[in-house]
Design a protein around this ligand. Structure first.
Ligand code: UT7
Length: 338
């Protein structure tokens, strides 16, 4: 069910060498949503903390957003696309059923020496991808791994359902995970990844896979959209995130005060505030940008990480704690000395 990784014996560390992100230009405001469903700016802000989300244009796809975020991460790491050995892309809104969105990205950016694949772990996708990259770097096999979280959730959002359509946005974030000398840089100190498939019904999008193929009528026509049991996810998320933070601190012999920046998946400002209060994080330790972007699933943490780096909220030597919870059910965390 769970998998914890901390390879302190490896001579190699896996460091975050660069980050990048890409958001579509088009904004969807709360005011605009009030014209589509029975809601209000006041309800959305009070219950979720969200004011705007970015929405992909017809020309923007998961792969184009991901490729742009990747190019920015590559530039920020000071490497070239040909230096990349592997691409791991986390998404629940892939370009097509197959090939993988990662393969589209490989082609767009010209990472001709990389092998590329997608992972499906919903909101936990990026932290899962980072833990996969950590393993391939610390084994000594690769030098540069491109990890991406990218989503166009607007394509599977039911804009007739006021309980969910107010939450989601589109975007992509990326990071270059690079091999370093463990004596000189710590990089990713610890990762934990957990799944509980028995909770799949709380958060899913049933069409169009093997169970409900495109050529068979759906039992419920809304099955082409995300189905969420918001209240259940809310409670589970708070509990699991608190547990994971405590696990990370214990395994790494760190205290809450040692964490320079807590970067949780941006799913609901109230969830983040509740977690922060229980763990006694000071406000300045908690990164939140949900107000601008809503919940972008796998893209949310790398977009936040990139913003934290660009705005100097996260500096070299700082400890960042990345934590996510989402569909699967899945949850996971990475402790990183940036
Ligand atoms: O990243 C993983 C995916 N994310 C999630 O699964 C989201 C996690 N859950 C949440 O963020 C929150 O549960 C929501 C934002 C989805 C809902 O907030 P809540 O405080 O749990 O509200 P609720 O579902 O308990 O609904 C309270 C009331 C209901 O009315 P009644 O039954 O009390 O009369 C809803 O019908 O609010 C109503 N409501 C709305 N009212 C205005 C639900 N959505 C809206 C809306 N505008 N958009």
């Amino acid at each position: 069910m769970s998998n914890n990784e901390m390879d302190s014996n490896s001579p190699y560390s896996a460091v975050v060498a660069g980050t990048g992100s890409c958001l579509p230009e088009k904004l969807l405001t709360n005011e605009e949503l009030t014209k589509i469903v029975d809601t209000s700016d006041e309800w959305i802000v009070t219950r979720t903390g969200i004011k705007t989300r970015h929405i992909a244009s017809p020309q923007e796809t998961t792969a184009t957003l991901a490729a742009e975020a990747a190019k920015r991460a590559i530039a920020s790491a000071g490497i070239s696309a040909e230096d990349i050995d592997m691409i791991v892309l986390a998404t629940i809104t892939p370009e097509m059923v197959f090939p993988s969105t990662a393969c589209f990205v490989q082609d767009i950016i010209g990472a001709k020496n990389a092998w590329a694949f997608d992972i499906s772990a919903a909101c936990s996708g990026f932290v899962y991808a980072v833990s996969i990259a950590q393993q391939f770097i610390q084994s000594g096999k690769y030098n540069n791994i491109l990890v991406i979280g990218a989503e166009t959730l607007s394509k599977i959002t039911d804009y007739k359902d006021r309980g969910s359509c107010i939450l989601f946005g589109d975007g992509a974030g990326a990071a270059i995970i690079q091999k370093a000398d463990a004596k000189k840089a710590k990089g990713i100190i610890y990762s934990t990844s957990v799944s509980d498939g028995s909770g799949w019904e709380s958060l899913n999008c049933p069409a169009y896979g093997s169970r409900y193929p495109a050529d068979k009528p759906l039992e419920d026509a809304n099955g082409i959209y995300m189905q969420i049991n918001g209240r259940e996810i809310y409670q589970l998320a708070v509990r699991r995130i608190v547990e994971m933070v405590n696990e990370c601190l214990e395994k790494c012999s760190l205290s809450i005060e040692d964490v320079s920046l807590f970067i949780p998946h941006q799913m609901n400002a109230r969830i983040i505030e509740s977690v922060a209060k229980r763990l006694k994080f000071a406000d300045e330790q908690v990164f939140m940008n949900i107000e601008k972007f809503g919940n972008t699933s796998a893209a949310s943490i790398p977009i936040a990480l990139d913003e934290a780096v660009r705005t100097n909220r996260l500096k070299r030597g700082d400890i960042a704690l990345l934590v996510a919870f989402g569909g699967g059910l899945t949850w996971g965390a990475n402790v990183i000395e940036y």
